[in-house]
Design a protein around this ligand. Sequence first.
Ligand SMILES: Cc1cc2nc3c(=O)[nH]c(=O)nc-3n(C[C@H](O)[C@H](O)[C@H](O)COP(=O)(O)OP(=O)(O)OC[C@H]3O[C@@H](n4cnc5c(N)ncnc54)[C@H](O)[C@@H]3O)c2cc1C
Ligand SMILES: NC(=O)c1ccc[n+]([C@@H]2O[C@H](COP(=O)([O-])OP(=O)(O)OC[C@H]3O[C@@H](n4cnc5c(N)ncnc54)[C@H](O)[C@@H]3O)[C@@H](O)[C@H]2O)c1
Length: 485
Amino acid sequence: MDYKYVVIGGGIAGVTCAETLSLLEPDSKILLVTASKLIKAVSNYQKVSRTLEMFDVEEKDKSFIETECNNVTVIHKTVLEVDSIDHVIRMCDGTSIRYGLLCICTGGKPKIIAEGNPYVLGIRDTESVQTFQKRLKKARRIVVVGNGGIATELVYEIEGSEVIWAIKDKSITSTFMDPGAATFCLPQLNETKMSTDKPLKRRKYTEEGADENVDRNSSTPGGSALGPDWSSHLEMKGAEQISHKVHVEYKVEVSRILTHEEYTTCEKSALNPSQFSSSDCWPVYVELNNGVIYGCDFVVSATGVIPNTYPFRKNNFDIAEDGGIKVNDKMQTSVKDIYAAGDVCNASWEHASHWLQMRLWSQARQMGAYAAKCMVSQSNNEDIPMDFCFEMFAHVTKFFNYKVIILGKFNAQGLGSDHELLLRVTKGEEYVKAVLQDGRLQGAVLIGETDLEETFENLILNQTDLSPFKDNLLDPNIDIEDFFD
Ligand SMILES: Cc1cc2nc3c(=O)[nH]c(=O)nc-3n(C[C@H](O)[C@H](O)[C@H](O)COP(=O)(O)OP(=O)(O)OC[C@H]3O[C@@H](n4cnc5c(N)ncnc54)[C@H](O)[C@@H]3O)c2cc1C
Ligand SMILES: NC(=O)c1ccc[n+]([C@@H]2O[C@H](COP(=O)([O-])OP(=O)(O)OC[C@H]3O[C@@H](n4cnc5c(N)ncnc54)[C@H](O)[C@@H]3O)[C@@H](O)[C@H]2O)c1
């Protein structure tokens, strides 16, 4: 069977790529191959500002895209390998398909510490969350390792179980927040969870069913990654009648994970944080590199993502240090006629001054759409400019029940020491950080309902000289929107 365009992966990058190809070339044959039974669909897309976007994500049956885009065929198969010389993809079931242009959107898989240990869980898709929920129901204490998005969301949502949060850094949520913002959010950690959420202009993730993939070894892909609000509508309750109980262990890494038997012979005693239960009998023990041992029911490793490149191990792709397939500013890999988008790729072009890659839902969508445009332009021998969305990094999310917006070089990434920070903090309400260099705004962190996002976005994009107004930039009595109009 021959297709002009073939896309591998039914996550947001792959589905958006196939949809965009269909829109641009309604008469061409497009194939989407996905190992997950259900595909991800974006709905209620909303542009919050020029670079910020929000949308719902739903898991749908493959018929959804076939009905919407009648030149797209979806097959539920796992790709075994790609023969880039003959332009053929081979499936695990022995069948093969010829492609004209191919886009790889196989996402990532959790990078798990002590992979294979039955007491260590990773979280990626619906099925892994269900396993986690089931284990949590019986748990009195868990250890969460990692300091990014998943760990932050889990630690905030879990009730009914003690949580030891082991992080490498000196402050929580370091992937998204600076230490100041972390200090602002910290009180939320041990607060009794509010029964009503603070209003947030953010939508829910929904699912129509569960992924069928169960096996999680390196050659077997799982389902698509979860996304916005995956945690807030799920019950995450342990076995105890307690609300939040979190102990953060800073600047540590896991040295060893011990079974109960190994622990009893290791001649060290486990610690119990004050206010935590004093039990010393746990199924598993975690030894940290500061020498402390904690017992727990199980460990969650929320330690990032590894791009899912296993089916392409025989291809000669240039691979980046983070394991992603390198793509240029046209989303092309180093192998002719093969593109890549989403979590699987590494954006290896020279980035605009205020953009950076993070493996996020929004970037998966943007890359999928842009890759499709680039594929069509290649087949028409045309050149297209880079999409505006790669001009500036922008992300809206929710942590600790606060709306969180991060813009540009929000953590002063790559700015050296020659930058200044302006802060405005109202305890429990808002945290505003502006990162300036040479009097110009380079990035920002906005926590709470600040309503500053559009103005800050413009200031970053336009590189307005703020030197004369610096002292007033965060003055709550000045409406800076009017000021810079
Ligand atoms: C728990 C969790 C919460 C998250 N929360 C947020 C959030 O709040 N906001 C945000 O912006 N981002 C969030 N993310 C990140 C976001 O979900 C990902 O960046 C995004 O979904 C990546 O999309 P993708 O299409 O590149 O990959 P995936 O969604 O991983 O899709 C990959 C697809 O490829 C298929 N596949 C893999 N191998 C093969 C093969 N050999 N043959 C055929 N098909 C194959 C898979 O079955 C799957 O359909 C979260 C991620 C997780 C895990
Ligand atoms: N609200 C959101 O935007 C949101 C929520 C959840 C997940 N996500 C995205 O989903 C993906 C997966 O989330 P994640 O939290 O696993 O990844 P992440 O990249 O956000 O964070 C990984 C964390 O693990 C730490 N880490 C890595 N190796 C470690 C080790 N050996 N020991 C201890 N700590 C280690 C890192 O320092 C980092 O803090 C990411 O791309 C993330 O951006 C986004």
